[in-house]
Design a protein around this ligand. Structure first.
Ligand code: HEM
Ligand SMILES: Nc1nc2c(c(=O)[nH]1)N[C@H]1C(S)=C(S)[C@@H](COP(=O)(O)O)O[C@H]1N2
Ligand SMILES: [Mo]
Length: 337
């Protein structure tokens, strides 16, 4: 009796720790995939440490799961859900570790990162359902000294495991975002935008009340600069771009200096992002990469280059740039289309 009670208590604590680690994985993963500038703290290493701590706890969880599966009282649906959850978590961690080696990028039609994030979302849904089945409520006694000591040991072991993984297996040249380097850009869409083959003679760009054709845009003062496109699908590439600062563009269009909070940059596909009024010096409308006009796939005739921001900000096939009353934070972190 006493033994089983203690066993169950331990199982509860393992579940609690696993739940927190999973949440930490989702938070650090999402942050690493949103943020384009380096932080003093390495998000991908924290992310890896959370995942490796889950693996370190797995043997204990395995014992708990086996006991649960043997219990005939427990409903089939509950058991199926537990196994689904375990599968999602293992796929998430496995695909993350595999991607970090830089050896595999695609599995069939999907990128490894799509599988990674998809499985993580699956795990999140399963853990929510699981929680409604049997909620783990933290108790004050969970945080006794021995438990905290164990947590410290787990943290230390996870840090050692992360450092070991980093030196033994991780691909060279990775950015702080976890992305691996590529010599040239890869034609990429956020979701399902197809490549647009725009006729340069018919393309126009609307900026406020002024409409530019391609010749007028090319006549604006261009600068050459280097910037890294870092896609959330897990690669990055440094390129030389020729473009016009948005501040120059809106001055040429005679846009009023105030009365708007962001520039709504929209693609012919409907894809849009809002750039804060204070950032127009650091965001570019570019017409060429590596000294040559953009190809159709990379946004011909004009696209955004936003140094320090992730690829999903770099709107391709731009056809309108309009002042907007929307503050830039009032958009979803990731594009919705
Ligand atoms: C929406 C949620 C998540 C996002 C957006 C995300 C994103 C990322 C990114 C950007 C990387 C870097 C790619 C690379 O290492 O090459 C990564 C790696 C990784 N992820 Fe996630 N992740 C998420 C959830 C999770 C969860 C829940 C776990 C674990 C339970 C996990 C485990 C890992 C592991 C083990 C790596 C490899 C870390 C390394 O050694 O570099 N991820 N993830
Ligand atoms: N119109 C439009 N622009 C877009 C996207 C999109 O789906 N539609 N995807 C973005 C994403 S996620 C990335 S990483 C870059 C990829 O640019 P590339 O195809 O030139 O490599 O374009 C961005 N611009
Ligand atoms: Mo991307």
């Amino acid at each position: 009796m006493r033994v089983s009670l203690r066993g169950r208590q331990a199982g509860r604590r393992v579940d609690l720790a696993l739940g927190l680690l999973l949440a930490a994985g989702v938070l650090t993963g999402t942050a690493a995939n949103t943020i384009g500038v380096n932080w003093p703290l390495d998000l991908i290493q924290l992310h890896a440490a959370a995942a490796l701590a889950i693996l370190l706890l797995a043997p204990w969880k395995y014992v708990v799961i086996r006991r649960g599966l043997r219990r005939t009282r427990r409903r089939r649906a509950t058991k199926a859900l537990s196994l689904t959850l375990a599968a999602f978590v293992l796929i998430t961690i496995g695909s993350g570790l595999l991607h970090s080696t830089g050896r595999v990028e695609f599995v069939g039609p999907l990128t490894l990162m799509q599988i990674h994030v998809g499985a993580a979302i699956g795990a999140l849904l399963a853990v929510t359902a699981h929680f409604f089945g049997h909620a783990v409520r933290p108790r004050r006694t969970d945080a006794d000294r021995r438990a905290l000591l164990r947590l410290g040991v787990l943290g230390g072991a996870a840090a050692v495991a992360t450092a070991a993984w980093d030196t033994a297996a991780v691909a060279g040249g990775r950015r702080f975002t976890g992305s691996v380097p590529k010599a040239s850009l890869e034609v990429t869409s956020w979701f399902d935008d197809g490549v647009q083959r725009i006729d340069p003679a018919r393309w126009t760009l609307r900026v406020g009340s002024v409409t530019f054709d391609l010749e007028a845009i090319r006549a604006l003062p261009h600068e050459r600069f280097t910037a890294i496109l870092d896609c959330t699908s897990g690669w990055y590439s440094s390129q030389d771009w020729d473009g016009v600062r948005l501040s120059t563009l809106i001055a040429a269009a005679g846009l009023p200096k105030s009365g708007w909070r962001s520039l709504e940059v929209r693609s012919t596909t409907g894809y849009a992002r809002w750039f804060g009024a204070a950032t127009t010096d650091d965001v570019w409308l570019v017409t060429a990469v590596a000294g040559r006009p953009l190809s159709y796939g990379h946004g011909f005739p004009a696209r955004i280059v936003a140094p320090g921001r992730r690829g999903f900000w770099w709107v391709k096939w731009v056809t309108s740039i309009e002042p907007s009353a929307r503050p830039p934070w009032a958009q979803f972190v990731f594009p919705l289309s």
